[in-house]
Design a protein around this ligand. Structure first.
Ligand code: HEM
Length: 397
């Protein structure tokens, strides 16, 4: 692939801020997206197992609906968090993203409908299980398969987008243009590694879950111990499996000895020891976040190198500074996002830590944070639409 083709595919308007910032934000937000992808697949997969145990096992009777609920909420979060890396990838790697979307057009459509159908079926599974413990197994299985399929499609877009040298063959195999949009590429080891991570993620989640509910009187000591030990087992086995697949993937692409990869492997070893010890799973989760960032950085390194070798460096992207948009983005992300997330987390924490029914309206911190969140959201809408209208009318009148 000639660099001039790649450069011609860039947005002539340039990028509104320094590319390195978009690159860092891509790494950060993809790690967040991945965290919830893995939590949703892990908790949903485990809940399916739970539906078979739930009738005769007191522990699974409590755990299964909680896992279904965790997966259900995680899917909505992963969708919201998927948008951010999508935007950043479109800004600095637009040639890659749009070519992949064109070559795999039919799969892009399929992705959207799979997500809609898969998620609706998830609600069906949730309600069926609520109505009758152990119910909705088949629907749950189909929903799980559809959501995994959505992940495989995402993987296809990611892999196709970093194969510029093959694009011409995919577009016109043997010189005949193929407009079917059915291009499908899979890197089985990379995909297996990504999906395998859902096992340690749900394991560490269970350790946190057990620690969190341990202070509530409604949960027996036996249940707390059972979920902690299940979490440790899943965490350890899953991490070993993921580590092997990661090493295989790195070996396959010749990155095993790269300093970033070595740091990631060291991070996984520390994570493994901490998960096995389970002395404080909240600290283990912080290490998990660091490892997720490292994995996200490795993905970016691979893409960056492929593109740089072809003469396309994101750092050479023409910059057309547009301070107001970046300020608006950062304020939205940090202030509105920060306060909103703090509100939800504080409330969730207090619900779990108080005995009996928790009334948020009687709690000073929760009420304050709730009011701030509402006020900031109203201000945000006024500024966002007001500013947009002002610019629009200024330009057209
Ligand atoms: C159940 C739904 C989903 C699953 C299971 C899923 C899973 C995945 C996986 C496994 C990857 C990594 C692929 C790889 O590197 O090989 C990925 C990447 C990504 N996903 Fe998702 N995803 C889902 C939904 C979404 C949604 C709804 C969005 C956007 C709104 C999104 C945006 C992204 C982006 C931008 C990437 C990075 C692509 C790239 O770097 O080229 N995902 N996703």
């Amino acid at each position: 692939m000639d660099a001039s083709v790649l450069l011609a595919l860039r947005d002539p308007a340039g990028v509104p801020f320094y590319p390195v910032v978009f690159q860092a934000l891509y790494v950060l937000t993809w790690a967040l997206h991945a965290a919830f992808v893995l939590l949703s697949l892990g908790s949903m997969g485990l809940s399916l197992y739970g539906t078979f145990r739930q009738k005769n096992d007191a522990n699974w009777k409590i755990l299964t609906p909680h896992l279904i609920q965790t997966g259900k909420i995680s899917v909505s979060i992963l969708i919201v968090l998927g948008v951010a890396p999508l935007l950043f990838t479109q800004v600095i790697y637009d040639p890659n993203w749009y070519v992949a979307n064109t070559l795999s057009g039919i799969w892009v459509f399929t992705f959207i409908y799979s997500l809609i159908v898969g998620y609706i079926m998830y609600y069906w599974y949730y309600y069926a299980n609520k109505a009758n413990a152990g119910g909705g197994k088949l629907i749950g299985l189909i929903s799980f398969a559809i959501l995994v399929f959505a992940g495989i499609l995402m993987h296809n877009f990611a892999v196709t987008s970093i194969m510029p040298n093959e694009w011409m063959n995919m577009y016109a195999p043997n010189g005949v243009v193929d407009t079917s949009g059915t291009t499908f590429n899979i890197d089985i080891v990379r995909l297996a590694f990504m999906v395998s991570l859902s096992i340690p993620v749900v394991g560490i989640f269970l350790q946190n879950y057990s620690r969190f509910v341990s202070t509530k009187e409604d949960f027996s000591k036996e249940f707390v111990a059972y979920t902690a030990s299940l979490g440790t087992k899943l965490g350890v086995v899953g991490l070993v499996l993921s580590a092997v697949l990661f090493a295989l993937w790195m070996l396959q692409i010749g990155y095993l000895m790269h300093p970033l990869v070595i740091s990631t492997v060291l991070g996984v070893v520390v994570l493994l020891l901490m998960t096995a010890g389970n002395s404080n799973s909240y600290i283990t989760t912080i290490v998990l976040v660091v490892v997720a960032l490292l994995i996200s950085a490795v993905r970016e390194l691979i893409r960056f190198d492929i593109m740089s070798n072809l003469g396309y460096s994101i750092y050479d992207y023409p910059v057309n500074l547009e301070i107001p948009s970046i300020v608006m983005f950062l304020l939205t992300f940090l202030i509105m996002g920060g306060v909103g997330v703090a509100y939800l987390l504080t409330m969730a924490w207090k619900v779990g830590k108080n005995q009996g029914v928790f009334d948020g309206s009687k709690d000073v911190a929760v009420t304050k944070l709730g009011n701030y969140t509402l006020a900031i959201m109203v201000a945000w809408m006024v500024i966002y639409f007001g500013w947009g209208m002002a610019i629009l009318f200024n330009n057209i009148l």
